[in-house]
Design a protein around this ligand. Structure first.
Ligand SMILES: [Zn+2]
Length: 303
């Protein structure tokens, strides 16, 4: 006797995750002498699609990437119902303006905390991003609507928003999609890219480690890191978790003993020679050492 009560697979086509990886742009440091030149990490956006609907998680920031991402969404033929923003960093949300114009039926949402953080930091980030990327960058002051419900749906399948204590900044979130064992990690997990540790304090780095533990406990088969190489492997879950954890621990230890920012860069790049985007490490080291040597407190470096 057949006791399997599940519907046949054909009756419930699975949802799926498609990852768009943005460009790896040059940073012309220009007239901001404290900011090194280099490149900015490739940034991901994730499209979760079902038989008829799609939800986009994060929205890119370069004009060309936002256009290409929109083309990709259009080519799926699915109805984009929702754009979700994981956290208040412009590399993840500037594209919502053009995308909302292009897909007027889609709503754009984020948790209330995150919307507040976007409002507080938007003007500064617009200046910073214009300085970093000039005309290549989207100019927009669009904001998501705050939502209290932590679940989004794609054709009835749940996408669970989890607010975590800390990633590169806080407030910040990840999205867990249990049906396909995917975690869209925002900037809580990095994939072969130097993590951004220059916007948080040593205490917050410990909180970040708790977030890494939380992602590990969800036991995903796929993690979409907010930043990864164009050829990065989203299935390399174990190494992503292990390396993000060890990197934060190693950076926290090196920060205590490094002579200066250059020394911290030297120590970390020797430990992680395969990690991309040295600029992020240089930026993190500069800010962290400035904070250490000034004996500053957490509030001094909040964006
Ligand atoms: Zn980011």
């Amino acid at each position: 006797m057949n006791t399997d009560t599940r519907p046949p697979a054909a009756a419930a086509p699975p949802i799926r995750a498609t990852v768009y990886v943005g460009r790896w742009p040059e940073i012309p440091a220009g007239d901001w002498p404290d900011v090194p030149s280099g490149t900015f990490s490739p940034t991901t956006a994730t499209l979760i699609s079902g038989p008829t609907e799609a939800v986009l998680i994060d929205a890119q920031y370069l004009e060309d990437d936002v256009r290409d991402l929109g083309d990709l969404i259009e080519r799926t033929g699915k109805q984009l119902t929702t754009i979700y923003v994981t956290h208040a960093h412009a590399d993840h949300y500037l594209g919502i303006g053009p995308l909302m114009e292009r897909f007027p039926d889609a709503k754009c949402v984020a948790l209330p905390h995150v919307v507040e953080a976007m409002k507080e930091s938007m003007e500064l980030q617009q200046q910073q991003w214009a300085m970093l990327f000039g005309d290549a960058c989207v100019v927009s002051d669009a904001l998501p609507d705050p939502i209290d419900d932590n679940t989004l749906y794609v054709d009835g399948s749940p996408l669970n928003i989890v607010e975590v204590k800390q990633a590169d900044i806080h407030p910040t979130t990840i999205v867990h999609i249990p049906e396909i064992d995917v975690v869209v990690a925002g900037d809580s997990i990095y994939n072969e890219i130097h993590p951004m540790l220059g916007l948080s304090t040593p205490e917050e780095w410990q909180d970040w480690l708790e977030t890494v533990d939380l992602v590990e406990k969800l036991a995903p088969k796929v993690i979409v890191a907010g930043h990864r190489r164009p050829d990065g492997d989203d299935h390399a879950v174990d190494s992503m978790i292990a390396e993000t954890r060890s990197y934060i621990q190693d950076f926290a230890a090196a920060y205590e003993v490094a002579d200066d920012a250059e020394d911290l860069v030297r120590i970390m790049s020797a430990k992680y020679p395969g990690h991309g985007n040295l600029w992020t490490l240089q930026f993190s080291a500069m800010n962290a050492i400035q904070l250490r040597d000034a004996g500053s407190t957490a509030t001094d470096i909040r964006p």
